[in-house]
Ligand binder design. Structure first.
Ligand code: GLN
Length: 306
């Protein structure tokens, strides 16, 4: 089986290479636009702990919205499903930073994987943790088995400087009473977790948690219950790709999450977690090569969750 995964990854790399000039790097956060665009990496880690990789799979990149899954997992591990009183579990069908739904749904974000939902999660984490930024980073480091994972302060500052829309979302939530702490404190945590830098290898390792009933390899105790894990996978499946969640289900068929740094991570329960990275994005904000690579993976393996 191991050999099988590696030869599939090798052929995927050759097949996605012709797409390397398609799409555009995110530039609404100026610091993200400084990345060299023609990159492609992919790392698959099986549930047995076997690693398979191609391309720039060990290079660090900005995980951006992928961090929303880590924040959600941490809050659920701390307070259980109470979080879902303040944020829904429905796909938004609109872009990740849209303001409109929030107005007519009276400050309850559609789901925790869009910006407004992640801000509510951050607000809850601030209420639960003594040092939320440090403890979030420690949680991610523990899951990825990598103590060197860091925030990128330049990216966090750049996002703060140009984060007018995110500031609007946070203030809007506050006006509905769905943010309890200081808006700037919530935004500071939100921008920092988005700025975390990881490699495809780190992400595939960390996401084994969701492929393994909430028990992370290396930890004796489960971090999430089986039921919580299934539910978080369901949220990723329906909401992990902004308004392209249907497309990802349709073409790839795995729960996962994307970020505007060009990363995508997905998992097949009980089998593997896989991460891809390529900075050029399609108009919906998802990595062009990453989407294609994962479509090819489940097609070649002949198995998705469906
Ligand atoms: N930090 C980005 C933002 O808030 C995250 C967006 C994303 O990756 N979709 O706009």
């Amino acid at each position: 089986m191991s050999h099988h995964y590696q030869s599939i990854l090798d052929s995927i790399r050759n097949e996605v290479l012709p797409l390397q000039n398609d799409g555009a790097v995110a530039n609404y956060i100026p610091e993200l636009a400084t990345i060299s665009p023609n990159r492609f990496g992919m790392h698959l880690r099986s549930i047995e702990g076997h690693d398979h990789a191609v391309g720039n799979s060990n290079e660090n990149f900005s995980i951006q919205s992928i961090s929303k899954v880590f924040a959600l997992a941490l809050v659920v591990s701390l307070v259980g499903e109470k979080i879902f009183k303040r944020v829904g579990v429905e796909p938004s069908g609109s872009s990740f930073n849209s303001l409109v739904q929030l107005e007519y749904e009276r400050g309850i974000p559609r789901n925790p994987l869009i910006n407004a939902g992640a801000m509510v999660v951050c607000d809850m984490l601030i209420g639960q943790l003594k040092k939320p930024k440090n403890e979030m980073l420690d949680f991610v480091r523990m899951l990825a088995h990598n103590k060197k994972i860091m925030f990128n302060e330049r990216v966090a500052a750049s996002e703060k400087e140009f984060g007018f829309r995110n500031a609007a979302l946070a203030n809007f939530l506050k006006s509905f009473g769905n943010i309890q702490h200081d808006v700037d404190e919530v935004l500071d945590l939100y921008f920092h977790i988005c700025s975390i830098e990881m490699s495809c290898k780190d992400l595939a390792t960390a996401f084994l948690l969701f492929a393994n009933h909430g028990k992370h390899p290396g930890n004796d105790e489960a971090l999430l219950t089986k039921s919580q894990t299934k539910r978080l996978n369901a949220v990723m499946q329906t909401c992990g790709f902004y308004d392209e969640a249907g497309e990802f289900s349709f073409t790839v068929g795995l729960p996962g999450k994307s970020g505007v740094g060009g990363g995508i991570v997905a998992l097949h329960p009980h089998k593997y977690a896989v991460a891809t990275w390529s900075p050029r994005l399609n108009p919906k904000g998802n990595s062009v090569m990453g989407m294609k690579a994962l479509e090819l993976l489940t097609t070649k393996l002949g198995s998705s969750i469906f």
